[in-house]
Design a protein around this ligand. Structure first.
Ligand SMILES: *Cc1c(COP(=O)(O)O)cnc(C)c1O
Length: 430
């Protein structure tokens, strides 16, 4: 509601931004049907919502040369990425594996950017051969490129010197992170670029994930734009301001007024282009904003246990399948789809992994949970499946993508036999 009012205040009567999930395909009845059909644990993605979130950025940032590259590390589901590809999206990739997957899914190489991070020489050559533009974040790699690949076109990643994020582990600016080149190294950068006759076509910064303050976005932009002058970098075609747009995870968490933020972003960039003397492209690389709210993890409760001080609802999924609560102390909403009107009680919602910390929610008030109830863990579209693993040798859940009211893509969970066979087939005894 907050956001709807904010949008009106800025742009008349239009509902500019995608509304959260009530009434869309992630409603309880539909999810329960999917759980019955595909079994649990099950990831369900609303592909149309992800596409609308991608389009939101064009609605809220009024600049005609905006390009949005979705951060593939947040969600690399082929069904979702195909919908985004058809909508015109680009991809931000962070490993050779992601670059290959993006190309295999039919993204034109011109729409892909590869942001390297502690890259090996072999990885450099592997990505170079694909023709995808590389975003280089260290002086030592830049030196090697100047020496071995004179004349190369590339983008440079700088550390914006702004600390923000939903967690210290997701802040990528400031003194405590490994990312980017320091802003004050710009003279050294220029020397290396000159020596290698390199063509710097883009400058990049990424401040962090889940940015809490609009001012952080503006300050990081200003810091990058301050070095993006023709005397330093005459060949620029774009500036890339990374991702980080947050969405609410808690029920009472405010939604950022992205219409107001978008207007300010466009204003700052227009002023920059006048100073620079050319209308450059403006890139953003959101992951969380596009994917987070478009996904849920469905899990069935199989065991209710009353310990001395805690009631435990034990599920058929676990933290390797959705690690954010354990890794970041992240809050994910839990809904009891099967008994929404049950009498509220306090639960620890635990997984099936042999670790005490294996909890999706701790001491959370929920409608009474019974064995065989289906729970929906919300905001599971970003950094959930993609961070997953098979610890305890439990296969990752099935994923389904829904678009136009229908399931359009299914990726089935491996059976125990398949998982075991795959691992045994990958190695050999010598
Ligand atoms: C992770 C990442 C993003 C996306 O961040 P979100 O918080 O998901 O929007 C964008 N760019 C780079 C370089 C990243 O590493």
């Amino acid at each position: 509601m907050r956001r709807r009012r904010a949008a009106r205040a800025h742009r008349g009567d239009l509902d500019l931004l995608t509304q959260p999930s009530e009434g869309n395909v992630l409603n309880s009845d539909f999810l329960l049907k999917l759980a019955a059909e595909y079994d649990t644990p099950l990831y369900v993605y609303d592909g149309d919502m992800a596409v609308e979130r991608y389009r939101d950025l064009y609605r809220f940032i009024p600049y005609d040369r905006l390009k949005v590259c979705c951060a593939m590390k947040a969600n690399y589901n082929p069904g979702l990425l195909t919908l985004l590809r058809d909508a015109g999206a680009g991809l931000d990739t962070v490993s050779p594996g992601e670059v290959h997957m993006a190309l295999a899914l039919g993204f034109p190489k011109e729409r892909i950017i590869y942001t390297a991070n502690n890259m090996t020489d072999e990885e450099f050559e592997e990505v170079l051969a694909t023709g995808v533009l590389m975003n280089i974040g260290s002086l030592s790699r830049l030196e090697k490129i100047a020496e071995k690949h004179p004349g190369m076109r590339l983008c440079l990643r700088f550390n914006p010197d702004v600390c923000d994020g939903d967690n210290v582990k997701t802040m990528t600016g400031g003194d405590l992170t490994k990312f980017g080149i320091l802003l004050e190294a710009v003279e050294e950068v220029k020397q290396i670029v000159r020596r290698g006759n390199l063509k710097v076509v883009g400058l990049h910064e990424h401040t962090g994930s889940g940015l809490q303050r609009c001012e952080s976005v503006y300050r990081s932009m200003e810091n990058l734009m301050a070095i993006a002058v023709p005397e330093n970098f005459p060949d620029l075609e774009f500036l890339d301001f990374g991702g980080g747009f947050k969405v609410p995870y808690k029920p009472d968490e405010a939604r950022i007024d992205y219409v107001a933020m978008g207007a300010e972003i466009a204003r700052l960039f227009e002023a920059f282009t006048r100073r620079y003397g050319r209308r450059l492209n403006m890139l953003f690389e959101p992951g969380k904003y596009i994917f987070a709210e478009a996904g849920v993890l469905l899990t069935e409760v199989n065991t209710i246990k009353h310990n001395r001080t805690r009631v435990i609802a034990g599920c058929d999924s676990g933290f390797p399948q959705l690690i954010r609560p354990v890794l970041y102390d992240a809050y994910h909403q839990v809904r009891n789809l099967s008994n929404p009107d049950g009498k509220p009680q306090i639960y620890d919602v635990c997984g099936n992994i042999c670790e005490t910390g294996d909890r999706f929610a701790e001491q959370r008030e929920l409608p009474e949970i019974r064995e065989y109830d289906i729970l929906a863990i919300g905001n599971a579209g970003a950094y959930c499946y993609s961070m997953g693993g098979v610890y305890n040798l439990r296969a990752m859940p099935t994923e389904v993508v829904v678009s136009g009211g229908k399931v359009t893509y299914v990726r089935e969970r491996l059976t125990s036999e398949q998982l075991c066979g795959r691992i045994l087939g990958e190695g050999r005894f010598l």
